[in-house]
Design a protein around this ligand. Structure first.
Ligand code: NAD
Length: 468
């Protein structure tokens, strides 16, 4: 028996089913985790629907207080949450602690926002007011790379706006979310937040459910397309945060030694399992060899180990499926490029892959064209700025990108021509709750965080009356 439970209608309840959750660093079963049946998902949706009218009618100031209380509960239980996160996700404990504290910061900031009424027109003809009303039950579907942080991209805004929720973490990383549910069950009125788990079998039912009004989804582009198709039947609102194949573009004027650490971090954080990681690095021919050498030196000094061990910089990949996918991409890399660091899976239990750098590789190889979502970076040579802009944009993805240069104005000109939701200059992966975030093209629909993200959890209502 596990001490984890689902949260349905204000109660922590066992699942009708169970499923094993593994530690990706050892491949050992951590726990038999509760798994919800379809009936339990329906119960969770019914509880959220029943709780909605009272929660929507609660003044926003009261809702805000509870969102901030959740931030306090996260902070007070940070060590426990981080430990559970490392055990199921694999990331180093220091990174897990950073994720938990980031989660609390998102709750604090997003909980502090407001949804004021806006007077659109107040004239002799009419008085028109615009209100932001809650939508109803929101379904939040979360991937396995940042289970807690991505939850905090959605939950505080949805709650503050007056919605109730059913949250579904990924099947391989449900434990930290269930621990979080336990912490907040007494903070929120019953039914306002429900957390269920599945074995990749309930997402479709959620997206079709007639009583769910919006799906806030983060995951792969392929699943996002399914979500969009099935949400169409009930005209659900959707926010989709999907995959990416971010280009890092290094101009000819950089100091390779100076930029290498930031580029390495931007590509390898969380073992490359970041939607917004640098996934293709374009380097001008004049600094190509030198930058490759600098990156190799960093890769060789990077400690890859069990995330619970002190000093670990990169943990394993999170699950077997991803591990197998990255191994197949490594084979492709050996055929289509020159591996200059790493290059193999590690000979030990767990889903470990050496941080790998591949030079002299081009478009047309799988490692460049596909989202690797792992610690393997292709480094591509270019010679002409117009050409590199075209190549960076020659993908269906459009999540992020970065331009590296000693001349910010020059980098800015290139940044403005990249088709991506976020383009950084001389950095990558700098995110904050006050900076709106969303993908272009196949990387998503809609925006998260900030006022723009909050608005997506609301329905605009216009009240148009005669002049007062
Ligand atoms: P995934 O698409 O396989 O799964 C994401 C979630 O969707 C899981 O909870 C899964 O159970 C659920 N799901 C599965 N089938 C479903 C269906 N038919 N309907 C509804 N939900 C369903 O993605 P993943 O492998 O967990 O995560 C990795 C991917 O997520 C990568 O492509 C990555 O780039 C992307 N991602 C994007 C962002 C972003 O903000 N843009 C952030 C993190 C990860």
């Amino acid at each position: 028996m596990s001490d984890y439970n689902l949260l349905i209608d204000g109660k922590m309840v066992p699942g009708d089913l169970t499923m094993p959750v593994l530690n990706p660093a050892t491949e050992e079963v951590l726990v038999q985790c509760p798994r919800a049946s379809k009936q339990q998902l329906d119960q969770a949706v019914a509880a959220a629907k029943a709780a909605f009218p009272a929660w929507a009618a609660t003044p926003i100031e009261e809702r805000r207080k509870l969102v901030i209380k959740i931030a306090e509960a996260i902070e007070a239980n940070g060590n426990d949450l981080a430990r559970v996160l490392t055990s199921e996700q694999g990331k180093p404990l220091a990174d897990a602690t950073g994720e938990v504290m980031g989660m609390a910061a998102f709750f604090r900031y997003l909980g502090s926002l407001d949804l004021p009424m806006r007077v659109v027109e107040d004239s002799g003809d009419r008085r028109v007011e615009a209100y932001r009303r809650p939508l109803g039950v929101v379904g939040a579907i979360i991937p396995w790379n940042y289970p807690l942080l991505i939850l905090s991209f959605k939950l505080p805004s949805a709650l503050l706006a007056g919605n109730t929720l059913v949250v579904k973490p990924a099947p391989t990383t449900p434990l930290s979310t269930l621990r979080f549910a336990e912490l907040v069950q007494d903070i929120l009125p019953k039914g306002v937040l429900n957390v269920i788990t599945d074995a990749n079998d309930l997402g479709d039912h959620m997206t079709k459910h007639p009583d769910i009004r919006k799906i806030s989804f983060t995951g792969s582009t392929a699943t996002g397309q399914k979500v969009m198709a099935s949400a169409a039947q009930t005209l659900k609102r959707i926010t989709l945060e999907l995959g990416g194949n971010d280009a890092g573009i290094v101009l000819d004027d950089v100091d390779p030694k100076k930029v290498a650490p930031g580029i390495f971090e931007g590509a390898f954080q969380n073992s490359g399992q970041v939607c917004l990681a640098i996934k293709r690095l374009y380097v001008h021919e004049s600094v190509y060899d030198e930058l490759c050498n600098e990156l190799v030196a960093i890769a060789k000094n990077t400690v890859v180990d069990d995330g619970s061990k002190q000093g670990t910089k990169l943990g394993p990949l999170q699950n077997k499926m991803q591990y197998e996918k990255v191994k197949a991409l490594l084979e492709d890399a050996h055929k289509n490029g020159k591996v200059i660091a790493g290059g193999s899976a590690m000979d030990r239990p767990g889903y470990f892959i050496e941080p790998t750098l591949v030079r002299d590789i081009k478009e047309g190889s799988r490692l460049v064209d596909e989202e690797q979502f792992g610690p393997v970076l292709p480094i591509i040579k270019y010679s002409d700025n117009e050409d590199v802009i075209r190549r960076a944009n020659a993908t269906n993805y459009g999540l992020g990108a970065s331009v590296w240069s000693s001349d910010t104005a020059r980098a800015h000109k290139i940044a403005s021509r990249i088709e991506a939701g976020t383009v950084w200059i001389n950095k990558h992966l700098d995110m904050a709750p006050n900076i709106p975030f969303g993908g272009a093209k196949h990387s998503g629909i809609g925006t998260e965080f900030a006022e723009e993200g909050l608005a997506e959890f609301t329905q605009l209502q216009i009240i148009n009356a005669p002049p007062a």
